[in-house]
Design a binder for this molecule. Structure first.
Ligand SMILES: [Zn+2]
Length: 317
Protein backbone atom coordinates (compact mmCIF):
# COMPACT_ATOMS: atom_id res chain seq x y z
CA UNK A 1 0.00 0.00 0.00
CA UNK A 2 1.43 3.39 -0.97
CA UNK A 3 1.54 6.07 1.65
CA UNK A 4 -0.51 9.16 0.85
CA UNK A 5 1.11 12.59 1.12
CA UNK A 6 -1.15 15.28 2.36
CA UNK A 7 1.07 18.24 2.92
CA UNK A 8 0.90 18.83 6.65
CA UNK A 9 -2.78 19.72 6.74
CA UNK A 10 -3.19 18.60 10.35
CA UNK A 11 -6.21 16.36 9.87
CA UNK A 12 -7.45 15.14 13.23
CA UNK A 13 -9.33 11.81 13.32
CA UNK A 14 -11.52 11.62 16.41
CA UNK A 15 -12.47 7.96 16.09
CA UNK A 16 -10.76 4.93 14.60
CA UNK A 17 -9.69 1.41 15.52
CA UNK A 18 -5.94 1.24 14.91
CA UNK A 19 -5.71 -2.32 16.23
CA UNK A 20 -7.92 -3.61 13.38
CA UNK A 21 -5.82 -2.06 10.61
CA UNK A 22 -3.28 -4.90 10.34
CA UNK A 23 -6.10 -7.43 9.87
CA UNK A 24 -7.27 -5.34 6.92
CA UNK A 25 -3.91 -5.46 5.17
CA UNK A 26 -2.31 -2.25 6.43
CA UNK A 27 1.22 -2.09 7.76
CA UNK A 28 0.40 -0.33 11.04
CA UNK A 29 4.03 0.86 11.39
CA UNK A 30 3.83 2.58 8.02
CA UNK A 31 0.49 4.18 8.86
CA UNK A 32 1.82 5.50 12.19
CA UNK A 33 5.04 6.79 10.62
CA UNK A 34 3.05 8.49 7.86
CA UNK A 35 0.73 10.13 10.39
CA UNK A 36 3.71 11.51 12.28
CA UNK A 37 5.48 12.65 9.11
CA UNK A 38 2.30 14.41 7.99
CA UNK A 39 2.10 16.21 11.36
CA UNK A 40 -1.37 14.84 12.11
CA UNK A 41 -1.95 16.29 15.57
CA UNK A 42 -4.39 13.78 17.01
CA UNK A 43 -5.87 10.37 16.26
CA UNK A 44 -8.22 8.83 18.81
CA UNK A 45 -8.17 5.05 19.08
CA UNK A 46 -11.59 3.89 20.26
CA UNK A 47 -12.10 0.93 22.57
CA UNK A 48 -15.02 -1.48 22.21
CA UNK A 49 -14.42 -4.06 24.94
CA UNK A 50 -14.08 -3.54 28.68
CA UNK A 51 -10.56 -4.90 28.93
CA UNK A 52 -9.11 -4.20 25.47
CA UNK A 53 -6.94 -1.16 26.32
CA UNK A 54 -3.71 -3.04 27.17
CA UNK A 55 -3.99 -5.18 24.04
CA UNK A 56 -4.54 -2.16 21.81
CA UNK A 57 -1.59 -0.35 23.35
CA UNK A 58 0.61 -3.44 22.96
CA UNK A 59 -0.19 -3.66 19.24
CA UNK A 60 0.59 0.00 18.70
CA UNK A 61 3.78 -0.17 20.78
CA UNK A 62 4.93 -3.14 18.70
CA UNK A 63 4.15 -1.28 15.45
CA UNK A 64 6.07 1.76 16.70
CA UNK A 65 9.08 -0.39 17.55
CA UNK A 66 9.22 -1.46 13.91
CA UNK A 67 9.69 2.11 12.68
CA UNK A 68 13.34 1.99 11.69
CA UNK A 69 15.68 2.81 8.82
CA UNK A 70 15.55 -0.81 7.72
CA UNK A 71 12.92 -2.54 5.64
CA UNK A 72 9.87 -1.16 3.90
CA UNK A 73 9.84 2.17 5.74
CA UNK A 74 13.45 3.07 4.90
CA UNK A 75 12.64 5.19 1.81
CA UNK A 76 9.93 7.15 3.55
CA UNK A 77 12.10 7.80 6.60
CA UNK A 78 15.25 8.78 4.75
CA UNK A 79 13.26 11.11 2.46
CA UNK A 80 11.91 12.88 5.56
CA UNK A 81 15.38 13.59 6.89
CA UNK A 82 14.17 12.70 10.39
CA UNK A 83 15.37 9.98 12.73
CA UNK A 84 13.18 6.93 13.45
CA UNK A 85 13.29 7.86 17.15
CA UNK A 86 11.94 11.31 16.43
CA UNK A 87 9.13 9.86 14.27
CA UNK A 88 8.23 7.28 16.94
CA UNK A 89 8.04 9.99 19.56
CA UNK A 90 5.73 12.10 17.44
CA UNK A 91 3.53 9.10 16.54
CA UNK A 92 3.26 8.11 20.19
CA UNK A 93 2.26 11.64 21.17
CA UNK A 94 -0.50 11.97 18.59
CA UNK A 95 -2.47 8.86 19.61
CA UNK A 96 -5.16 9.17 22.27
CA UNK A 97 -7.12 6.27 23.73
CA UNK A 98 -10.67 5.71 24.86
CA UNK A 99 -12.06 2.83 26.91
CA UNK A 100 -15.61 1.62 26.62
CA UNK A 101 -18.01 -1.23 25.98
CA UNK A 102 -19.75 -1.52 22.63
CA UNK A 103 -23.33 -2.89 22.95
CA UNK A 104 -22.49 -6.44 21.99
CA UNK A 105 -25.19 -8.92 23.16
CA UNK A 106 -22.68 -10.86 25.30
CA UNK A 107 -21.43 -7.67 26.94
CA UNK A 108 -25.01 -6.50 27.54
CA UNK A 109 -25.89 -9.76 29.32
CA UNK A 110 -22.71 -9.64 31.39
CA UNK A 111 -22.95 -5.88 32.06
CA UNK A 112 -22.27 -5.81 35.83
CA UNK A 113 -18.96 -7.68 35.48
CA UNK A 114 -18.06 -5.76 32.33
CA UNK A 115 -18.51 -2.40 34.06
CA UNK A 116 -16.36 -3.60 36.93
CA UNK A 117 -13.56 -4.42 34.50
CA UNK A 118 -13.97 -1.10 32.69
CA UNK A 119 -13.90 0.84 35.95
CA UNK A 120 -10.64 -0.80 36.97
CA UNK A 121 -9.08 -0.15 33.52
CA UNK A 122 -10.08 3.52 33.62
CA UNK A 123 -8.87 3.92 37.18
CA UNK A 124 -5.48 2.36 36.40
CA UNK A 125 -5.14 4.41 33.23
CA UNK A 126 -5.91 7.69 34.95
CA UNK A 127 -3.37 6.87 37.67
CA UNK A 128 -0.80 5.91 35.01
CA UNK A 129 -0.46 2.43 36.47
CA UNK A 130 1.12 -0.41 34.44
CA UNK A 131 2.43 2.17 31.95
CA UNK A 132 -1.10 2.88 30.70
CA UNK A 133 -1.72 6.31 29.18
CA UNK A 134 -4.75 8.23 30.45
CA UNK A 135 -7.91 7.51 28.51
CA UNK A 136 -9.51 10.69 27.14
CA UNK A 137 -13.12 9.48 27.35
CA UNK A 138 -15.52 6.62 27.99
CA UNK A 139 -16.72 4.92 24.81
CA UNK A 140 -17.63 3.90 22.32
CA UNK A 141 -20.88 2.99 24.00
CA UNK A 142 -24.57 3.31 23.28
CA UNK A 143 -27.16 1.55 21.16
CA UNK A 144 -27.14 -0.32 17.87
CA UNK A 145 -30.37 -1.54 16.31
CA UNK A 146 -29.07 -2.02 12.81
CA UNK A 147 -29.64 -5.69 12.11
CA UNK A 148 -27.13 -7.13 9.68
CA UNK A 149 -25.66 -10.46 10.64
CA UNK A 150 -23.27 -10.30 7.67
CA UNK A 151 -22.01 -6.82 8.63
CA UNK A 152 -18.89 -5.94 10.61
CA UNK A 153 -20.92 -5.80 13.83
CA UNK A 154 -22.82 -9.07 13.21
CA UNK A 155 -26.05 -7.58 14.54
CA UNK A 156 -28.66 -10.28 14.93
CA UNK A 157 -32.22 -9.18 15.65
CA UNK A 158 -32.85 -12.54 17.34
CA UNK A 159 -30.49 -11.49 20.16
CA UNK A 160 -32.87 -8.62 20.90
CA UNK A 161 -36.10 -10.62 20.74
CA UNK A 162 -37.03 -9.59 24.28
CA UNK A 163 -37.75 -6.15 25.68
CA UNK A 164 -35.38 -7.08 28.50
CA UNK A 165 -32.42 -6.96 26.09
CA UNK A 166 -33.32 -3.45 24.95
CA UNK A 167 -33.57 -2.34 28.57
CA UNK A 168 -30.30 -4.03 29.41
CA UNK A 169 -28.60 -2.31 26.47
CA UNK A 170 -29.76 1.06 27.83
CA UNK A 171 -28.60 0.04 31.29
CA UNK A 172 -25.11 -0.81 30.00
CA UNK A 173 -24.96 2.59 28.27
CA UNK A 174 -26.22 4.46 31.32
CA UNK A 175 -23.73 2.71 33.59
CA UNK A 176 -20.97 4.01 31.31
CA UNK A 177 -22.38 7.53 31.38
CA UNK A 178 -22.35 7.26 35.17
CA UNK A 179 -18.74 6.09 35.09
CA UNK A 180 -17.84 9.06 32.88
CA UNK A 181 -19.51 11.41 35.34
CA UNK A 182 -17.64 9.81 38.22
CA UNK A 183 -14.27 10.27 36.48
CA UNK A 184 -15.23 13.62 34.92
CA UNK A 185 -14.62 12.29 31.40
CA UNK A 186 -16.55 12.88 28.18
CA UNK A 187 -18.57 10.09 26.54
CA UNK A 188 -18.16 8.84 22.96
CA UNK A 189 -21.61 7.67 21.90
CA UNK A 190 -22.36 5.04 19.29
CA UNK A 191 -25.99 5.22 18.19
CA UNK A 192 -27.34 3.59 15.05
CA UNK A 193 -31.01 3.16 14.16
CA UNK A 194 -31.74 3.77 17.84
CA UNK A 195 -32.11 7.53 18.29
CA UNK A 196 -34.97 7.40 20.83
CA UNK A 197 -33.16 4.89 23.01
CA UNK A 198 -29.90 6.83 23.06
CA UNK A 199 -31.58 10.19 23.52
CA UNK A 200 -33.72 8.83 26.38
CA UNK A 201 -30.67 7.42 28.14
CA UNK A 202 -28.79 10.69 27.76
CA UNK A 203 -31.76 12.73 29.02
CA UNK A 204 -32.28 10.25 31.81
CA UNK A 205 -28.68 10.56 33.01
CA UNK A 206 -28.48 14.35 32.69
CA UNK A 207 -24.74 14.25 32.02
CA UNK A 208 -24.13 16.13 28.80
CA UNK A 209 -20.47 15.88 27.99
CA UNK A 210 -19.31 14.16 24.84
CA UNK A 211 -19.84 13.43 21.20
CA UNK A 212 -22.24 11.51 19.00
CA UNK A 213 -19.79 9.51 16.94
CA UNK A 214 -20.42 8.69 13.26
CA UNK A 215 -23.65 10.70 13.33
CA UNK A 216 -26.19 8.99 11.05
CA UNK A 217 -29.49 10.76 11.77
CA UNK A 218 -31.11 13.85 10.33
CA UNK A 219 -31.05 17.51 11.24
CA UNK A 220 -33.86 17.19 13.84
CA UNK A 221 -31.89 14.64 15.82
CA UNK A 222 -28.73 16.73 15.44
CA UNK A 223 -30.56 19.73 16.89
CA UNK A 224 -31.74 17.70 19.89
CA UNK A 225 -28.23 16.48 20.69
CA UNK A 226 -26.70 19.93 20.05
CA UNK A 227 -29.28 21.55 22.32
CA UNK A 228 -28.03 19.34 25.14
CA UNK A 229 -24.43 20.31 24.36
CA UNK A 230 -23.24 17.21 22.51
CA UNK A 231 -20.65 17.44 19.75
CA UNK A 232 -21.51 15.85 16.41
CA UNK A 233 -18.85 13.76 14.64
CA UNK A 234 -19.20 13.10 10.92
CA UNK A 235 -17.48 10.20 9.17
CA UNK A 236 -16.69 9.03 5.65
CA UNK A 237 -20.29 7.88 5.17
CA UNK A 238 -21.33 11.45 4.37
CA UNK A 239 -19.32 11.28 1.12
CA UNK A 240 -21.59 8.60 -0.31
CA UNK A 241 -24.98 9.99 0.44
CA UNK A 242 -27.77 8.86 -1.92
CA UNK A 243 -28.76 11.46 -4.53
CA UNK A 244 -32.27 11.75 -3.06
CA UNK A 245 -30.78 12.64 0.34
CA UNK A 246 -27.98 14.90 -0.86
CA UNK A 247 -29.75 18.15 -0.14
CA UNK A 248 -30.69 17.08 3.38
CA UNK A 249 -27.11 15.95 3.99
CA UNK A 250 -25.66 19.23 2.76
CA UNK A 251 -28.06 21.12 5.03
CA UNK A 252 -27.01 18.97 7.98
CA UNK A 253 -23.31 19.47 7.19
CA UNK A 254 -23.81 23.23 7.19
CA UNK A 255 -26.09 23.17 10.23
CA UNK A 256 -23.57 21.89 12.77
CA UNK A 257 -21.96 24.94 14.41
CA UNK A 258 -18.23 25.50 13.91
CA UNK A 259 -17.54 24.85 17.57
CA UNK A 260 -19.49 21.55 17.77
CA UNK A 261 -18.16 19.65 14.74
CA UNK A 262 -15.75 16.71 14.82
CA UNK A 263 -14.47 14.52 11.97
CA UNK A 264 -13.53 10.87 12.08
CA UNK A 265 -12.83 7.80 9.96
CA UNK A 266 -14.07 4.87 12.10
CA UNK A 267 -11.22 3.11 10.26
CA UNK A 268 -10.93 0.38 9.09
CA UNK A 269 -14.62 0.85 8.23
CA UNK A 270 -16.45 3.41 6.09
CA UNK A 271 -13.70 4.58 3.73
CA UNK A 272 -14.69 7.88 2.09
CA UNK A 273 -15.17 8.35 -1.66
CA UNK A 274 -13.02 7.84 -3.77
CA UNK A 275 -11.73 4.95 -1.62
CA UNK A 276 -15.19 3.61 -0.76
CA UNK A 277 -15.32 -0.15 -0.30
CA UNK A 278 -11.60 -0.39 0.50
CA UNK A 279 -10.21 -0.71 4.02
CA UNK A 280 -10.04 2.70 5.67
CA UNK A 281 -7.17 4.27 7.62
CA UNK A 282 -6.78 7.66 9.34
CA UNK A 283 -4.65 8.65 6.33
CA UNK A 284 -7.77 8.70 4.15
CA UNK A 285 -9.59 11.30 6.24
CA UNK A 286 -8.32 14.01 3.89
CA UNK A 287 -11.16 13.10 1.52
CA UNK A 288 -13.78 13.68 4.21
CA UNK A 289 -12.17 17.01 5.13
CA UNK A 290 -12.21 18.09 1.47
CA UNK A 291 -15.86 17.05 1.06
CA UNK A 292 -17.14 18.78 4.20
CA UNK A 293 -15.00 21.89 3.76
CA UNK A 294 -16.43 22.42 0.28
CA UNK A 295 -20.00 22.17 1.53
CA UNK A 296 -19.36 24.50 4.43
CA UNK A 297 -17.67 26.96 2.08
CA UNK A 298 -14.34 26.98 3.91
CA UNK A 299 -10.88 25.62 3.15
CA UNK A 300 -9.78 22.18 4.39
CA UNK A 301 -7.07 24.01 6.37
CA UNK A 302 -9.65 26.11 8.20
CA UNK A 303 -11.80 23.02 8.84
CA UNK A 304 -8.75 21.15 10.18
CA UNK A 305 -8.07 24.03 12.52
CA UNK A 306 -11.56 24.14 13.97
CA UNK A 307 -11.85 20.35 14.36
CA UNK A 308 -8.54 20.33 16.22
CA UNK A 309 -9.72 23.14 18.49
CA UNK A 310 -12.98 21.28 19.21
CA UNK A 311 -11.13 18.02 19.84
CA UNK A 312 -8.85 19.72 22.36
CA UNK A 313 -11.78 21.46 23.97
CA UNK A 314 -13.67 18.20 24.45
CA UNK A 315 -10.82 15.75 25.12
CA UNK A 316 -8.11 18.01 26.49
CA UNK A 317 -4.63 18.54 25.09
ZN1 LIG B 1 -15.95 2.61 15.97
Amino acid sequence: MHPIRYNNLMFTDTHCHLSYLSERGFDLSAVLAELALSHVPCVIDAGTKAGDLSERIALITDALSRISTNGTLSDMISASGRSPEDIKKEALALIRYTAGIWPDPDAIKDREAQIKTLRSVVERSLKGEDGLPSVCCIGECGHDHHWNIAGADHRDEADFASAAMFNAESELFEMQIELAREFNLPVMVHTRDAFEYSYDSIKNMGYNNGEIHCFSYSIEEARKFLDLGWYIALGGGVTYTKKSKQEAMDTLIRYIPDDMLLLETDAPYLAPVPERGKPNSPLLIKHTYAYIAERRGITPEKLAELVLTNTRHLYGN
